[in-house]
Design a protein around this ligand. Structure first.
Ligand SMILES: *Cc1c(COP(=O)(O)O)cnc(C)c1O
Length: 393
């Protein structure tokens, strides 16, 4: 957007107005459940919407508001919303977009609990969905039905790191007037900005890169003011997955270092990619920054940098993959991603264990596959740890 400062600067100075808070350098934490009214009439006016102001923290809290404004600014959106988890964001956004009898078109390989939510919505609430491979334009076009109310995309896809061409999907959806929702968790606003490409709503599990320190479960969404307001007054307010003020404060703190952390995550991932690619015990490596990959051009066009995640396959299948994890001395065996610590997990038995084996195979999730979230440690130290774990004993 023209006239705005660069993203790196906005991450730090953002939209927080210090003058309204006694010049406090960092935002205050309004650790309160409710707000006193000066009079009965003021209470009436606030409930009637005739006077702006806070009522009760599930309906709005000043610290949470500062974060909501920050994510809207960073995603170049009109408005933002904060949630108690990434899944609260996913479910609240989708349920605000559809009614019983509607359909959602979803990219194959979405986050496991998003898939779980869609299954539940279909079985219990008559909201249909299809999972499709969104790499082909015609498949996307054919997938949109009369009753399709949303196209839901995640890119890169976990754990196979396949990318979806957002430009193409958004263009096809717009032809049919369908809302596009992008789960931007793996990129953070620093690496990819779907709203600038024409998407309508962007979602983050802020638990990951936005927090960056492994100490909060939280979600964010951003989009048009009308939609965000409607969602806040319906699915967010009434299902109640709101963010706590202290969590908002931790995320505002995390945002300040997002660009610095992302640069380092990305640099470490690139370093590890080259090392892993040469290692004899590693049969394949997938990483959006691989210049020999067919998706390299798309990655360069769509993402500012290739990200901090790498997926690789060790020779010897599940047994060997588990041995590698057990030999690690520094990297932590854990799901989640985007933390200061390098985290590594085995998708077939952890994040994707619920997916039947045959389905996992067609999705390209093999038994020897490991997914690594490059931390912020010295890259040589991460590599030494990985190399000693990979070495055949
Ligand atoms: C973790 C994650 C979620 C869910 O977020 P929570 O904060 O764990 O509820 C959704 N989408 C993606 C891509 C994720 O990685």
């Amino acid at each position: 957007m023209k006239g705005k400062r660069s993203l790196e600067t906005r991450l730090i100075h953002g939209t927080y107005d210090r003058e309204r808070h006694h010049g406090s350098l960092t935002p205050p934490i309004y650790q309160t459940s409710t707000f006193s009214f000066a009079s009965a009439e003021q209470g009436e006016a606030r409930f009637a919407g005739d006077e702006s102001g806070y009522i009760y923290s599930r309906l709005g809290n000043p610290t949470v508001d500062i974060l909501e404004k920050a994510i809207a600014d960073l995603e170049n959106a009109e408005a933002g919303a904060a949630f108690s988890s990434g899944m609260a964001a996913v479910s609240s956004v989708l349920l605000a977009l559809v009614r019983s009898g509607d359909h959602i078109l979803v990219s194959e390989g979405v986050y496991g609990c998003t898939y779980g939510f869609l299954e539940m919505a279909r079985d219990r609430y008559n909201i249909d969905y299809d999972l499709i491979d969104m790499s082909d334009e015609e498949t996307v076009r054919k997938g949109i039905r009369e009753n399709t109310k949303a196209v839901y995309v995640e890119t890169p896809i976990n754990p196979t790191m396949k990318l979806i061409d957002l430009d193409m999907v958004i263009r096809v959806a717009k032809e049919k007037g369908v809302t596009v929702v992008v789960d931007n968790t793996f990129c953070s606003p620093y690496l990819q900005q779907p709203l600038d490409l024409g998407a309508d709503v962007v979602i983050h599990s802020a638990t990951k890169y936005i927090c960056g320190h492994g100490d909060v479960i939280a979600g964010l969404a951003a989009g048009k003011a009308e939609f965000i307001q409607e969602m806040k007054m319906t699915t967010l307010k009434d299902m109640g997955g709101v963010m706590a003020p202290f969590d908002a404060w931790l995320l505002l703190r995390g945002l300040k270092t997002l660009s610095v952390r992302m640069d380092r995550h990305c640099r470490n991932a690139e370093f590890l990619f080259h090392k892993l690619k040469e290692h004899p015990e590693v049969s394949s490596v997938v990483y959006p920054g691989d210049p020999s990959s067919s998706q390299y051009e798309l990655a360069s066009r769509q993402m500012r940098q290739p990200g901090g995640l790498i997926t690789f396959e060790v020779r010897g299948g599940k047994e060997e993959a588990q041995k590698v994890l057990n030999r690690l001395k520094m990297a932590q065996v854990a799901v989640s991603l985007g933390d200061a610590e390098t985290l590594i997990q085995h998708p077939a038995s952890m994040t994707h264990a619920v997916v039947p084996k045959e389905k996992r195979m067609t999705m390209g999730i093999t038994e020897g596959m490991l997914r690594l979230s490059a931390g912020l440690e010295n890259p040589q130290d991460i590599w030494e740890d990985l190399a000693q774990a990979l070495k055949q004993q």
